[in-house]
Design a protein. Structure first.
Lengths: 270, 243
């Protein structure tokens, strides 16, 4: 039986992990290679590196980290952040990453998804979509948008690029359908409303998307508790859950989360 | 071979009890794949026929102490003790890129050289693929590569279980029924002769997740990305080559 995946995400800047570091048993908790290896041993199903380095010139540092990581873990790992071209994708894949996530560059030029999927295969092209809710009184206020009821009110979801800094007036559900058509093999959904809140994932959106598209959906942003992850994988129908601080701060190990999920009937690799 | 070796680490890694326990110790990560005893290393040529990540399979093979050059050169393939046919991406493109060396590969198989096909590498060993086609494969395994059935999310991505049909297969020594391995694919090889099936996996349908015929082995999953289970299979492959 196919299991649901648990994916620790490491936010990196200039080759160092920057988000919440609570490990005392690591010699160098900011070292992405060591952290990736740590999560690998905990039973992570995949690892994601998100490069939030401001300057493009520091790409070589990232490449070095990717190579070292590929040398030390034997599970899939994905690299995202700042990927702009086929050449960027090729370099990262050839350095040992299994997949890349693309957000801004794909919104700017959707053909990048198509050409990269054709060249490298859909399996390694992950579309990363940053979403934020736009609340409306009713559907007529948002023509052409997918408006749904949420516990907080009616809304549609707008996409954001440049790490959440720039809004694009595009419907996220429709954009997701488009990237699948273009050849993306997976979609990772990050919610700007929920990111860092520890209030849980955007379940309404996840569920809608999961039911609409044929490719696996990875829930990201918002996990504060084990229950949140359980909810994303059951009610939200996501195929995988990505989380950062819940692991980095040592709240739970990957193994503990998986045991909890298994106890609640979710198939996981233990 | 050219790397420096820390002899202490090599010695520690060679302790017999390391054979049966986990492979992933910090020590083993730093190991060179140079054989300390001077016994020639098994050389496995990883066929390079295009783009993509070949580094992980190379690392996986090095981790189980094989030398694993990535190559598309005929001499290097001929010179190797065994071949790994990796693969990601679309069948048509891969089959096209493989054409210049397909005869070499087939000759080597004919001559008895062990081969392991992985993912698209498995599919390329089949007679024909329906992906964007029909497109001809290497015809080592009689059968057709077809799409996973509707009703499940495609690609099939993630960890799924093995139902081992042939526990005696050299590749599956020490692998438990129900073990998890990592899959990424949308098509699978429907083999004509079910006697060739080594393991099956269920995803919308029960499909062959590993097949073998004499000295040719192929897995739809990625052993190099399947944690310790996968490393064990790669180790089994290396041991099979040695035997």
């Amino acid at each position: 039986m196919l299991t649901k995946r648990i994916i620790p995400c490491l936010d990196m800047m200039n080759g160092r992990v920057v988000k919440g570091i609570g490990f005392k048993d690591l010699r160098d908790a900011g070292n992405p290679v060591e952290l990736a290896s740590h999560y690998y041993k905990q039973g992570a199903d995949e690892i994601v590196f998100l490069d939030i380095t401001a300057s493009y010139e520091n790409r070589d540092i990232l490449i070095k980290v990717v190579k070292k990581t590929a040398d030390s873990i034997f599970i899939p790992f994905t690299v995202g952040g700042g990927i702009r071209s086929l050449e960027d994708i090729r370099r990262i894949l050839c350095s040992g990453a299994d997949k890349v996530t693309i957000n801004t560059a794909a919104v700017k030029d959707p053909e990048l998804i198509r050409t990269s999927a054709r060249m490298f295969g859909s399996q390694c092209i992950v579309s990363s979509i940053d979403i934020k809710r736009v609340y409306v009184a009713d559907e007529s206020k948002a023509p052409g948008k997918v408006v749904l009821d949420t516990p907080q009110g009616k809304c549609w979801w707008s996409i954001y690029i440049y790490g959440g800094r720039e809004q694009v007036n595009m419907d996220a559900v429709k954009w997701a359908e488009k990237v699948v058509e273009l050849g993306a093999g997976e979609i990772v959904v990050s919610s700007l409303d929920f990111d860092g809140t520890k209030q849980g994932y955007d379940i309404t959106f996840l569920r809608e998307l999961s039911e609409r598209v044929s490719v696996p959906i990875i829930a990201s942003s918002g996990a504060g508790t084990r229950e949140h992850i359980l909810e994303a994988l059951t009610v939200g129908k996501a195929d995988a859950a990505l989380a950062a601080s819940i692991f980095h701060y040592g709240t739970y190990t990957v193994g503990e989360i998986k045991e909890y999920l298994a106890k609640h009937g979710v198939p996981v690799r233990l | 071979m050219k790397r420096d070796i820390d002899s202490r680490l090599v010695a520690a890694h060679d302790l017999p009890d390391q054979q049966s326990t986990g492979y992933i110790t910090l020590n083993s990560l730093r190991l060179s794949y140079t054989n300390p005893k001077g016994v020639p290393l098994v050389k496995i040529a990883i066929i390079d026929y295009g783009l993509g990540n070949l580094r992980s399979i190379k690392r996986g093979l090095e981790e189980v102490k094989a030398e694993a050059p990535i190559t598309h050169k005929k001499e290097e393939i001929t010179d190797a003790d065994a071949i790994v046919l990796p693969g990601v991406g679309a069948f048509e493109e891969a089959a096209k890129n493989l054409r210049p060396i397909s005869k070499t590969i087939l000759d080597q198989i004919q001559g008895g050289k062990p081969l392991l096909g992985i993912c698209l590498g498995l599919q390329l060993l089949f007679t024909v693929s329906t992906e964007g086609g029909p497109h001809k494969g290497l015809d080592v395994f009689k059968g057709k590569v077809i799409q996973l059935p509707p009703g499940v999310k495609v690609p099939h991505i993630g960890w799924n279980t093995l139902k081992i049909v042939k526990p005696d297969s050299p590749l599956f020594q020490g692998i438990l029924d129900g073990a998890y391995v990592y899959f990424v694919h949308s098509y699978y090889g429907a083999v004509e002769n079910s006697d060739l099936i080594v393991s099956k996996t269920y995803y919308g349908t029960e499909f062959p997740s590993a097949v073998s015929k004499n000295h040719v082995f192929a897995t739809q999953f990625h052993p190099e990305r399947s944690g310790e289970t996968g490393l064990r299979m790669l180790k089994n492959f290396v041991e099979y080559i040695r035997s």
